[in-house]
Design a protein. Structure first.
Length: 365
């Protein structure tokens, strides 16, 4: 099987995870790196033995079929459009765009040019979450009727070297962390029908305590606590909270409640983790994982799945359609909070196909 050539635009912190993980998937090969900051591209190129170049040079390469867009959220749309206009498939870091209007430009151009769009997160393809999916499909907890989702931390300004973008348009806990949780919910329960939301922004500025910006005040333009309810097409109702204003908590990341039992789903920002099931009246019991891609970093499995999908002429799983639906859901929380009403979700998407069980690490099809 031939390898699909990959280019990366954006050589910040997250690029290291992608570059390391890509080596685990024989279906693809990184060919080149680019960044608006030439020093960043050159530094990563030297570290991984790859050529660094300008963005326009990378987009002209014949050996690059898929471009991974790892730029900051505000640049996602423009870079993805440039990739598509160059005749290449694109896989973007989340979110697909800073809002639905921007993301729709990407989806429309891809459809016009018959090109693929993929988007992070792809953690739902990890062994912990694929096992949870198989258990639900096999009826381990009966019909899912409800659930709860929680993410809370004191804010990224405590560890990130340059945390300002987390609090600007396109940032906030819902757009930053929500994609992991809501994408996992959609692959477990199906598409979302409507949203009710409440939001808060307790501070207009945040004090950075990480280096090298320790002591700097950064502006807050977005809600830093978002809570509400997701109503799924299936009829399931899930409560959710995403917050940068929580010093400490004891909530599980995701719990799904069925008419015959409950399930603890592991952290959707990780690929593995323990899945537990409690039958009605019973105790929590760990369930053996049925899928691989568990231990370690696999950020790029979604790209590998797109590469394999291209070679096998099938839909890819971490798709633009899935990301667009999730983005519309996330945006609906602020709309609901601002307007005091339930917001119906216009887009609909099928659950991505479950990965085959029993595959070894690096294998997709």
């Amino acid at each position: 099987m031939r390898k699909v050539g990959i280019g990366i635009i954006g050589c910040g912190n997250i690029s290291t995870a992608y570059l390391k993980a890509a080596q685990r998937f024989p279906v693809m090969e990184i060919k080149a790196l680019a960044d608006m900051r030439s020093d960043a591209a050159e530094r990563q190129g030297a570290a991984f033995g790859l050529p660094a170049m300008r963005v326009d040079q990378l987009l002209k390469r014949d050996d690059v079929e898929i471009v991974i867009n790892l730029t900051v959220p505000l640049a996602h749309t423009d870079v993805s459009l440039a990739v598509l206009n160059a005749g290449k498939h694109v896989h973007s870091e989340k979110p697909l765009g800073i809002n639905v209007t921007e993301a729709r430009k990407v989806m429309d151009l891809a459809a016009q040019k018959d090109l693929r769009v993929g988007c992070a997160p792809d953690t739902f393809l990890g062994g912990g979450h694929q096992t949870a999916r198989k258990l639900i499909d096999d009826g381990a907890i009966g019909t899912p009727v409800a659930g709860s989702v929680f993410f809370g931390c004191p804010g990224h300004e405590r560890w990130h070297p340059s945390p300002g973008f987390y609090y600007l348009r396109g940032g906030g806990p819902m757009l930053d962390m929500g994609p992991y949780y809501i994408t996992d919910l959609v692959q477990l329960l199906g598409p979302v029908a409507s949203v009710m939301g409440s939001t808060a922004r307790p501070k207009s500025e945040r004090l950075v305590t990480s280096q090298p910006m320790n002591g700097t005040l950064i502006p807050v333009e977005v809600s830093t606590h978002v809570a509400g309810t997701l109503e799924f097409e299936s009829g399931a109702v899930v409560s959710i909270a995403m917050s940068f204003d929580v010093p400490k908590h004891r909530h599980a990341p995701i719990e799904i409640y069925g008419d015959k039992g409950s399930m603890l789903v592991p952290d959707p920002n990780r690929f593995g983790g323990e899945v537990q099931v409690a039958k009605t009246g019973g105790e929590w019991e760990p369930v053996p994982l049925t899928h691989d891609h568990v231990d370690g970093e696999f950020r790029s499995i979604g790209v590998a799945d797109m590469a394999s999908a291209i070679l096998n002429n099938r839909p890819h799983r971490a798709s633009g359609a899935l990301a667009f639906h999730v983005l519309e859901v996330m945006e609906a929380f602020q709309t609901s909070a601002d307007e005091g009403r339930r917001v119906k979700i216009g887009s609909c998407v099928e659950r991505p196909a479950m990965l085959p069980a029993g595959r070894e690490t690096g294998q997709i099809d």
